[in-house]
Write a protein of this length. Structure first.
Length: 118
């Protein structure tokens, strides 16, 4: 069982930056793929990116490539999402998720709101 708690969301202007964090419980954090997803009002959940257990591999959704960076600190059981050059269309609730494969995420956080004003 993994429990996840996101933080770091807020209101930012277009072009600004935010860093989200996701604190995970448990002793096996480094065995999990960790993903970021987002969901805007009235839209389906969207894949933002994922990082492998040792942090050596990352994948990003097309809409955030080159602007967002995922990282993790396994010593602190923490996942990060650095978001730069934010746009109004990045406004959403952002969720972190954990899974033993890149395709399936049984564990989810409660989400943190990111709002980008134009």
């Amino acid at each position: 069982q993994v429990q996840l708690v996101e933080s770091g969301g807020g209101l930012v202007h277009t072009g600004g930056s935010l860093r989200l964090s996701c604190a995970a419980s448990g002793r096996t954090f480094n065995t999990y793929y960790m993903g970021w997803f987002r969901q805007a009002p009235g839209k389906e959940r969207e894949f933002v990116g994922v990082i492998s257990g040792n942090g050596g591999t990352t994948y990003y959704g097309d809409s955030v490539k080159g602007r967002f960076t995922i990282s993790r600190d396994n010593a602190k059981n923490t996942l990060y999402l650095q978001m730069n050059s934010l746009k109004p269309e990045d406004t959403a609730v952002y969720y972190c998720a954990a899974g033993l494969t890149r395709a399936t995420y049984p564990y989810w956080g409660q989400g943190t709101q990111v709002t980008v004003s134009s």
